[in-house]
Ligand binder design. Structure first.
Ligand code: S3P
Length: 434
């Protein structure tokens, strides 16, 4: 574990570029691996989570190689994955585990999956339940990793209404559907990130999406073929959010974050920051790889506490830790609710952030389904630590941002988890604070 103390800094200025979107990078590798022939990916996030997906796909027959700044993938075709000759190591990555379980569910072989201590605590029943209905079987203790997956061939199509708002569950079922004869349908009462649907269309798959009584119906008829494709991955709005909050709270900052993906299923944090009074300007709005993208100019602003609309939660589900930091420095009170999902992320993010922010002098009340935070009205928090990051990259990065505006700095017990999603985070802080 590499401990580190993040010290107070002067203004964040200049232009930075955050790495590729994590969700899109996982899907880019999976879909190019399923296409028959050669594809190229530009802008892939080279973080540990995405590399875990690449390693697993290689073990199942895809060829994935780096060529300069791009990645070249020779896919095996839908249904063409091979039985791996050892356990698939998913590391810290819930997206790798859950989406690949979907793929494996409709391949007629057996595979096992392992993960790190954080991932081995996270619930997998939410995917094994629908995938079992499709014919796959799973062996595990309490629906946690390690898990043995016996795929079904042919699998059977299902209609499945998501009981939790989860793009991972939706995607697992849709990926299983690609190699399942007949029409599989997912009903989404609350919209979640739609990268799977958008990207599969780009690979030539007919993904039917309609709305009925406020719910989204998504269907795929299998077996489907994926055509090789050149993919460009936009910058990750979840990674950019750390710098949007940092530039908002560090006095004097004026920072441009280039190439930020702003898919409407992912941009909730920017809406909430604007409600709090943040000064965020979208420059050069454009489309990259079928996704809306802009450069964001963020200037320091006095933030005010808000009551966060729970309906926005799916579009900012990974950004609450850093929002809590913004709230701890704002004027007045921020109230969040209906965030039970945060308890089953890489860590229990409600408990982890309540403990971490309290330890550095913030005033936080932890409720069952959210945090209530009294802001410091712009005054630096005392700081302290070392903060327990619980193998959770977003806890480490959020507390790093808190350190930038603290009196004594904020120490975290480990910066190692940051490499799962944002390998050059520390370099970019130094670059922007120079
Ligand atoms: C992801 C979906 C989200 C998110 C995760 C990535 C994805 O999880 O938290 O970091 O790529 O589909 P849920 O869909 O389970 O909320």
């Amino acid at each position: 574990m590499t401990a580190h103390r993040f010290l107070p800094t002067g203004p964040l200025t200049g232009r930075i570029r955050v790495p590729g979107d994590k969700s899109i990078s996982h899907r880019a590798l999976m879909f190019t691996a399923l296409a028959m022939g050669r594809s190229r990916i530009e802008g892939l996030l080279e973080g540990e989570d995405v590399l875990a997906t690449a390693a697993a796909l290689r073990m199942m027959g895809a060829s994935i190689a780096q060529e300069g700044d791009a990645w070249v993938v020779d896919g095996v075709g839908v249904g063409g994955l091979l039985e791996p000759d050892g356990p698939l190591d998913m590391g810290n990555s819930g997206t790798s585990a859950r989406l690949l379980m979907g793929l494996l569910a409709s391949h007629g072989f057996t595979a096992s999956m392992v993960g790190d201590a954080s991932l081995s605590k996270r619930p997998m029943g939410r995917v094994t339940e629908p995938l079992s209905q499709m014919g796959a079987s799973f062996q595990s203790a309490g629906n946690r990793l390690p898990i043995i997956i016996e795929g079904a061939h042919p699998a059977v199509p299902i209609e499945y209404r998501l009981p939790v708002a989860s793009a991972q569950v939706k995607s697992a079922v849709l990926l299983a559907a690609l190699n399942t004869p007949g029409t599989t349908r997912v009903i989404e009462p609350v919209p979640t990130r739609d990268h799977t649907e958008r990207m599969l269309r780009g690979f030539g798959v007919d993904v039917a999406v309609s709305e009925q009584d406020g719910e989204r119906l998504i269907s795929i008829t299998g077996p489907a073929d994926l055509e090789p494709c050149d993919v460009v991955v936009p910058g990750d709005p979840s990674s950019a959010a750390f710098f949007a909050v940092a530039a908002s709270v560090v006095p004097g900052s004026d920072l441009v974050i280039e190439n930020v993906g702003l898919n409407p299923t992912r941009d909730g944090i920017y809406k909430v920051l604007e409600q709090m009074g943040a000064n965020i300007e979208e420059l050069d709005s454009r489309e990259v790889g079928g996704e809306p993208v802009a450069d964001l100019r963020v200037r320091h602003a006095r933030l005010s506490g808000v009551e966060v609309d729970p309906a926005l939660a799916p579009s900012m589900i990974d950004e609450f830790p850093v929002l809590f930091v913004a709230a701890a420095l704002a004027d007045g009170t921020t109230v969040t609710s209906r965030l039970e999902e945060l308890r089953v992320k890489e860590s229990d993010r409600l408990a982890a952030m309540a403990t971490a922010l309290s330890a550095i002098g913030a005033s936080v009340e932890e409720r069952e389904d959210g945090l209530v935070i009294q802001g410091s009205a712009g005054a630096p928090l005392a700081g302290g630590g070392p903060i327990a990051t619980h193998l959770d990259h977003r806890i480490a990065m959020s507390m790093a941002i808190a350190g930038l505006v603290s009196r004594d700095g904020v120490a975290v017990d480990s910066v190692d988890p940051i490499a799962t999603s944002f390998p050059n985070f520390m370099d970019l802080i130094d670059e922007a604070a120079r």
